[in-house]
Design a protein. Sequence first.
Length: 157
Amino acid sequence: MPPIRDKFRVVPSAGRALPAAPDMPAPTADIPRAPGQTWVDERTRVAVGPGVNVSGRLVFSEPVRIEGRFKGEVRSVDLVVISTEGSVEGGVRAPRLLVLGELRGDIHGAQKVVLGPRARVNGRIEVRELTVCEGARFDGYIAMLAARAVQRQPNTA
């Protein structure tokens, strides 16, 4: 009878327990977080609050969260979060973007974009690394950028 394997040891069908094979990972109590979950928990400034409609151009030098409806261009040198009830119609330029709500427009020169489980995105995404969670809807075009292309694009106002 072949030996029984589990995460901790190999137990032969008859005899004593042997140490686990070196290729087996050590047990861990950490449960992996959903993609973008740490960004949800990150401290951000609310730029457009819930129930608010704003249009124009928003430029930030810190992480920002959109919880209402915004029409125009959003720029940040850090993180932009479009909350579950948030909506942006226009372009977004930021190194990191988490879409939990709706985006109708283009994402330019991002390093990492996460489309959450209820995200609705319609537009063009230019990104180095993209995560699409189960349940997200996307209609548009994706251009995967090389690392140098992302670094060259200035994020100026």
